[in-house]
Write a protein that binds this ligand. Structure first.
Ligand code: NAP
Length: 228
């Protein structure tokens, strides 16, 4: 199966949470890590999030550094990588920051059960890919994105999409910044939620590196047992 080289990048608290139980964003990392994330975006063909993250955080997912934007331009690219939302029911608000901010391609992947009125409204703002009956078929979506020329894909969460991508064997590497804060809360999203693996089928990782950044730790993992 042809799919992009795919990595998840996320910031989590020391107790593994990626936001509060109210799904409110928390500052977990600092300026140096933000800059690292900006570099990852600038060097990716596309950045992808789940609809849960769009509704909770309304991120723009743009490249922030003027120099990196200029470097992309000099290579004949848009200032920003393509921005992709995984959104089975076409719930993405038309005034989402992903549509409002920055230039570049937007792609919304919806299922065939998405209300057609919503899909048509989104079509004015984004390329629409339809696949899956009630949920987006992620393995198929990865193949389609690869065919569109997306060879390097950055997944920026959230917890449910991270699970779906990992459990489908669609992720090559996972980068987590672990910040010096405890968030707590049984209902707070963690790096990977979803159903979870059973004790006999966990997903093994191999450490690439562990590096101190500001008051936290950047962990880079290679995912083993991938479905290629
Ligand atoms: P999410 O992972 O962003 O989006 C999940 C949604 O994607 C699902 O509910 C589902 O909604 C849709 N989806 C479509 N096809 C799917 C498929 N095949 N498999 C799984 N999901 C599919 O949402 P979340 O888990 O609620 O995470 C959001 C939270 O993460 C927020 O609190 C946000 O602040 C946090 N976050 C933190 C970071 C960080 O680095 N700290 C980064 C990103 C997000 P439909 O069924 O409607 O399509």
């Amino acid at each position: 199966m042809n799919r992009p080289f795919t990595f998840i990048n996320s910031a989590m608290s020391a107790d593994g949470k990626i936001s509060t139980w109210q799904r409110k964003q928390v500052r977990i990392s600092g300026a140096i890590d933000f800059d690292r994330v900006d570099e990852l975006r600038a060097t990716s063909d596309a950045v992808m999030v789940g609809i849960g993250t769009v509704l909770a955080d309304d991120p723009s997912l743009t490249v922030k550094s003027a120099q990196r934007k200029a470097e992309r331009k000099a290579k004949g690219l848009c200032e920003n990588p393509a921005r992709i939302i995984i959104d089975s029911q076409a719930r993405t608000p038309i005034d989402a920051d992903i549509f409002k901010k920055g230039e570049g391609q937007r792609i919304v992947v919806v299922s065939s059960s998405a209300p057609s009125d919503n899909v048509e409204v989104l079509r004015e703002k984004a390329r629409i890919i339809i696949n899956g009956d009630t949920k987006v078929d992620l393995p198929y979506a990865m193949e389609q994105l690869h065919n569109l020329g997306i060879k390097r894909l950055m997944v920026e969460g959230g917890a449910t999409l991270n699970w779906a991508m990992l459990s489908n064997g669609l992720v090559d590497e996972v980068y987590t910044f672990v910040g010096n804060v405890i968030i707590g809360g049984q209902m707070a999203p963690t790096l990977v939620d979803g159903e979870g693996f059973t004790d006999t089928s966990t997903l093994p990782l191999e450490m690439i590196s562990a590096e101190n950044i500001e008051a936290g730790l950047l962990l880079k993992w290679k995912v083993l047992n991938l479905r290629k």
